[in-house]
Design a protein around this ligand. Structure first.
Ligand SMILES: Cc1cc2nc3c(=O)[nH]c(=O)nc-3n(C[C@H](O)[C@H](O)[C@H](O)COP(=O)(O)OP(=O)(O)OC[C@H]3O[C@@H](n4cnc5c(N)ncnc54)[C@H](O)[C@@H]3O)c2cc1C
Length: 265
């Protein structure tokens, strides 16, 4: 049995667009610019001057959710004081279809294979290290990366630009309001060290769908139904967030008992 699978984001998106086509869902390519609560739902303003009305608004618009901000849902934040550098790389030696991760005192490196000699990296570093690494030219960065993974795959070399993301754990105080539900990163976002963000979002979508189907006798957007979704998902999401924070702490601390515990683990 496999522990997990690596699926490129483009493939997931193309499958989702396939689903939109198949079910003849109208896709509007525009940004949300305003929201107004109405008696039985929301009026949604888009930046292409279109206004829509709905009984249920699902905010699936990521970590800096406009739906969350415009509906004044508070959010708690914990800044990890880390940044993640992501890029695609090529290697001299094959990855043998195995995800590889190394925990260091000031960073965590994940190599996620895309083919025998290609991988994407997520290198989560303390802020000062991330700033140093992003300032390096390509050759020096390649050398630092290869050293950091002890040349296990020979020389590693960048195959794309580096992108940098500040790492912040967020949790919306409310996942739902009457006629509104937040899902995915709009509701919560976690440290990427275990690559669990997308799974949590899919579980939110599945649970919301289940609650809407099993309570289809109630009007769409009914708050009691939406609250069932929120109750079912919050514990799982918060447990995962705490686990990521705990793992990050265990590998960051450098005292002797913890080093022993890590080695034992
Ligand atoms: C460095 C890094 C590495 C990661 N690696 C992994 C990994 O390996 N595996 C994993 O499972 N997760 C990983 N994650 C987490 C994962 O990226 C997120 O959990 C996931 O993308 C959340 O999906 P989402 O659909 O909720 O939000 P997003 O993917 O952020 O999608 C939100 C969408 O809403 C749109 N949007 C935003 N604002 C508006 C607006 N005003 N109007 C209209 N549209 C809007 C955006 O354009 C975007 O398309 C990683 C995260 C980071 C930062």
């Amino acid at each position: 049995e496999h522990l997990g699978y690596i699926i490129e984001n483009d493939l997931i998106q193309s499958a989702l667009f396939g689903g939109i086509d198949k079910h003849k869902i109208e896709y509007i390519n525009a940004k949300l610019s305003g929201l107004k609560k109405t008696d039985n739902g929301y009026e949604v303003n888009l930046d292409n001057q279109t206004n829509l009305s709905c009984q249920l608004l699902v905010g699936a618009d990521g970590a800096n959710s406009q739906v969350r901000t415009l509906s004044a849902i508070e959010v708690t934040e914990r800044d990890y004081q880390q940044k993640a550098i992501i890029a695609n790389i090529i290697s001299e030696k094959p990855f043998q279809q195995t995800t590889w991760q190394r925990f260091l005192s000031d960073s965590i490196i994940a190599l996620l294979p895309l083919s025998e000699n290609q991988a994407s990296i997520v290198w989560s570093c303390k802020n000062h290290l991330a700033d140093e690494l992003t300032k390096l030219d390509g050759d020096k960065f390649n050398q630092s990366l290869s050293e950091a993974v002890e040349y296990r795959f020979g020389n590693l070399a960048l195959e794309s630009d580096r992108q940098v993301f500040p790492l912040i754990e967020r949790s919306a105080k409310d996942y739902t309001m009457p006629n509104l539900a937040l899902i995915g990163d709009a509701a919560h976002n976690i440290h990427p060290l275990a690559g669990q963000g997308v799974n949590l979002g899919f579980s939110d979508a599945k649970e919301l769908n289940l609650q809407l189907l099993t309570n289809s006798d109630k009007v769409l957007g009914d708050f009691s139904v939406l609250r069932k979704y929120a109750r079912a998902r919050r514990l799982d999401n918060e447990l995962m967030a705490k686990t990521m924070t705990g793992l990050d702490w265990i590998y960051k601390e450098n005292n002797e008992p913890l080093r022993w515990l890590r080695g034992f683990g």
